[in-house]
Design a protein around this ligand. Structure first.
Ligand SMILES: *Cc1c(COP(=O)(O)O)cnc(C)c1O
Length: 422
């Protein structure tokens, strides 16, 4: 651990600095498979730690409630222009603090408390903010939920249509957090049109794949696109809402003053840089490599005898169903963590177990692809996962430690921006 990376922080607050340094080492040495995580570039890291932090900017470029916006306006306008260009939309709002507040702004723009809203059920792969009960969106609105078919693990579009026509929801959300397959935005658009609903594509997980052309774009099909900026898009933690001109006013009013105060300008700067990076040819390669790695990893896991929800993946994400193994998801996830492989336990569709102790493990390839691992490494990764799950079943801590040493060794050859060499 070295104080040279953050000298002021080490001098002012060595205790906190030591936690940051330890996290840097952890991120450098481990194989990070959580599909919602990534490594931002050194440029994004720098942009999000600037003096833009010091500025209050309630309002929008050219229409602020505070003076001294000469530079901030340019930063935000640049981020907006880049978002519009990259995603092919009329309007972009880059101010939402994160994905959940962005979605809340969509409710505020188009619905009233008590209205019916429709989204994918959380245990089927949807997000909390799509009207699930424990979320504000499920208690202030009447959430109705769709899911996947038990036999295929794929979204049941006929059931989605039946539910939409029966319920006529104000809003329909498509997208989720544990969906390994391509979303058919055109099919959702047809259903939303029939039901008279506003259609929202929440592409938080796949925004980078869309930007890089590795997943179809919702831009021509939906009313609103909601996305985080920190997952496959590889920007700072934040979010954006994008839409056609007709909804621009409603979206902007909902974000500010409806829901938020001053935007986080240092994050806006980081988003602008990430959008610039995502517009480069190298990002097209990155997005396709993420998918190629996920497909190779899925194939290798199937070969090792694992069950995968929907039998594979079209995107960056794989949902391993451990129902047939002796090891539930949480025990597997914790064992993998001890082996230096960072995942999260997750429900699988129709999970016989409880959400806090489910049957699945969710993994993905955005982070390892950012570090330069390629398809040739995926059989090795699958082998580690397989050995770790076996070791978890037997309580073999030595085997987990041996895997950890192998992981650390490989990751040392693939450094990540902003991190010490492993
Ligand atoms: C991650 C995610 C969100 C929420 O983002 P936060 O930044 O964690 O609030 C919303 N929707 C989907 C589909 C997500 O995957």
């Amino acid at each position: 651990m070295s104080a040279s990376r953050h000298p002021a922080l080490f001098a002012a607050d060595p205790e906190l600095a030591s936690f940051v340094a330890a996290e840097e080492v952890l991120q450098a040495q481990t194989l990070r498979l959580i599909p919602s995580e990534n490594y931002v570039s050194a440029a994004v890291l720098e942009a999000s730690g600037t003096v833009l932090q010091n500025k209050y900017s309630e309002g929008y470029p050219g229409r602020r409630y505070y003076e001294g916006q000469q530079n901030i306006d340019r930063v935000e306008a640049l981020a907006v222009e880049r978002a519009k260009g990259l995603f092919g939309v009329d309007h972009a709002n880059v101010q939402p603090y994160s994905g959940s507040p962005a979605n809340l702004a969509v409710y505020l723009a188009f619905a009233k408390p008590g209205d019916t809203v429709m989204g994918m059920a959380l245990p089927m792969g949807g997000h909390l903010t799509h009207g699930w009960g424990v979320s504000a969106t499920g208690s202030w609105f009447r959430g109705v939920q769709y899911g996947v078919r038990a036999d295929t693990g794929l979204i049941d579009y006929d059931a989605v249509r039946d539910l939409a026509l029966a319920e006529r929801p104000k809003l329909i959300f498509c997208g989720g957090t544990a969906l390994p397959r391509t979303i058919d935005f055109a099919a959702f658009a047809e259903i939303a049109r029939e039901a008279g609903s506003i259609l929202v594509a929440d592409v938080a997980h796949i925004a980078g794949l869309i930007a890089g052309g590795a997943h179809p774009s919702p831009a021509d099909h939906v009313d609103v696109i909601s996305t985080t900026t920190h997952k496959t898009l590889r920007g700072p933690r934040g979010a954006m809402l994008m839409c056609r001109e007709e909804h621009a006013k409603a979206i902007d009013k909902a974000v500010f003053p409806g829901l938020q105060g001053g935007p986080h300008n240092q994050t806006t700067a980081g988003i602008a840089v990430a959008l610039h990076e995502a517009a480069q040819p190298s990002f097209v390669s990155y997005a396709h490599a993420v998918v190629a790695n996920a497909k190779a990893l899925a194939a290798a896991l199937l070969q090792k005898g694992f069950d995968l929800v929907s039998d594979g993946t079209d995107n960056h994400l794989i949902l391993i169903d451990l129902t047939g193994k002796d090891v539930p998801g949480k025990i597997a996830a914790k064992a993998l963590d001890r082996a230096g492989i960072v995942v999260n336990y997750n429900t699988v569709p129709f999970d016989p177990r409880k959400p806090f102790d489910p049957s699945g493990v969710r993994i993905g390839t955005p982070s390892l692809t950012s570090r330069g691992l390629s398809t040739e490494h995926m059989p090795v990764v699958a082998d580690w996962i397989s050995r770790a799950v076996d070791a978890a079943a037997k309580g073999d801590e030595q085997a987990l430690a041996a895997i950890r040493a192998e992981v650390t060794d490989l990751m040392a050859a693939f450094p990540a921006p902003g991190l010490p060499l492993a």
